[in-house]
Ligand binder design. Structure first.
Ligand code: SF4
Ligand code: SF4
Length: 370
């Protein structure tokens, strides 16, 4: 039976004025990947704003249905782009999730993530060491691998390491722990999140790193936007695509139609749009084609914001639509986040579209001439 509980909701209370600017116009319905999936109002931005407002006023109990609806957000930010009142929906959803978490009313899948991180320092609960074949040493360039590349897609990390070696970059890996992205997105354990940030920044500083590279969109967003709010970040942060787009790469030809999926967390959140496109256009003979919905308009892959763990079936259906769009214009779908790659591939299991999904690090390394 659903538990009924009025919670303190201190974080959402601070956003009440903002929530009141929602005119219920429903423009967010046209873009929300979750609403597209289930056509249910509590799952779209305005529905979540109403639920969060109800929680903050003590008018809605934090029962299971509210917990479930507030877990239905990939934090893709597409609604914010469309919202005439400019409501910061992701901030509201994350605040409501954090209020629910404090009251012990998080989605069970999100609770599991926090438990795993506490125990193993990664959201997957992996305990074994993964040997990526590179050292931790003093160097001015560092590579922050991230938990998804380390434990679910080590090929992305290995290709990145190979690229850096081919380019003669003196780099180091970092004695890293989870960046804290999944905790922040799902509202879990803020104190643990801060500990992770401090541990990572200290590990980077110990190695004398001046520039830290990333292949994961979620990790980079954390270091660029969230870390500076809690800890001093006095080194540069770059996604691999930003780093490589500035170089004059010699690449072998690739006769394929290639399209690009903008991961929400480096796309709409960090506005990194040109670098990956510049990089793909460096590939001789590759025909780059945009999907209809690209850059700011890009559709979400469906996996972020804790959705892949809380509602894998929805994550898969949302991803399948994106893969299908890609297959209408190209036979190779490239993206720049291992988490998006895994979810897009998962989506393609459903529709079996005639398109290969690859991370940009895999593609560049395969073609890079030394
Ligand atoms: S677009 Fe903005 S103002 Fe309109 S219903 Fe959605 S959240 Fe409310
Ligand atoms: S951030 Fe994305 S998933 Fe969340 S409510 Fe807005 S459009 Fe929907």
């Amino acid at each position: 039976m659903a538990r009924k509980k009025i919670i303190k909701a201190e974080r959402t209370k601070k956003l009440e004025k903002e929530m009141l600017t929602c005119t219920l116009c429903g423009f967010c319905k046209s873009v929300c990947p979750y609403f597209e999936d289930n056509q249910w109002d509590p799952s779209v931005a305005r529905g979540k704003v109403i639920l969060a407002y109800g929680l903050s006023r003590g008018e809605i109990p934090a029962d299971d249905s509210v917990v479930e609806r507030l877990a239905q957000c990939t934090t893709c930010k597409d609604c914010e782009r469309r919202c005439p009142s400019n409501i910061q929906v992701v901030e509201i959803v994350e605040a409501a999730r954090a209020d629910l978490a404090e009251a012990g009313r998080s989605h069970p899948a999100h609770k599991r993530i926090a438990k795993n991180i506490k125990k193993t320092k990664n959201p997957y609960g992996e305990v074994g060491k993964v040997d990526l074949g590179a050292d931790i040493k003093q160097a001015e360039v560092g590579y922050f691998v991230g938990c998804t590349a380390r434990y679910r897609m080590p090929e992305v990390a290995k290709h990145t390491i190979s690229i850096l070696r081919k380019l003669g970059v003196d780099f180091t890996l970092v004695d890293e722990v989870c960046c804290g992205s999944t905790l922040k997105r799902t509202g879990q354990d803020e104190r643990l999140g801060e500990q992770l940030m401090k541990t990572n920044v200290e590990a980077v500083k110990r190695l004398g790193i001046k520039k830290l590279l990333f292949t994961c969109a979620g990790c980079l967003k954390m270091f660029r936007e969230e870390y500076p709010k809690h800890v001093k970040v006095d080194f540069e942060t770059e996604h691999l695509v930003e780093f490589l787009a500035k170089k004059d790469l010699r690449l072998r030809p690739l006769k394929r139609n290639v399209t690009y999926h903008d991961p929400c967390h480096i796309g709409r959140h960090l506005k990194i749009y040109d670098a990956p496109r510049k990089l793909i256009k460096m590939i001789p003979e590759a025909a780059f084609v945009e999907m209809k919905e690209n850059k700011d308009l890009a559709r979400c892959c469906g996996g972020g914001g804790g959705v892949r763990s809380a509602d894998p079936a929805a994550a898969q259906r949302i991803a399948s639509r994106r893969v299908k769009s890609a297959s209408e214009v190209a036979d190779l779908l490239v993206t720049s986040c291992p988490f998006c790659v895994t979810n897009l591939r998962y989506g393609n299991e459903l529709v079996k579209a005639d398109v290969e999904v690859r991370d940009i690090a895999e593609v560049v390394d395969d073609l890079l001439i030394t």
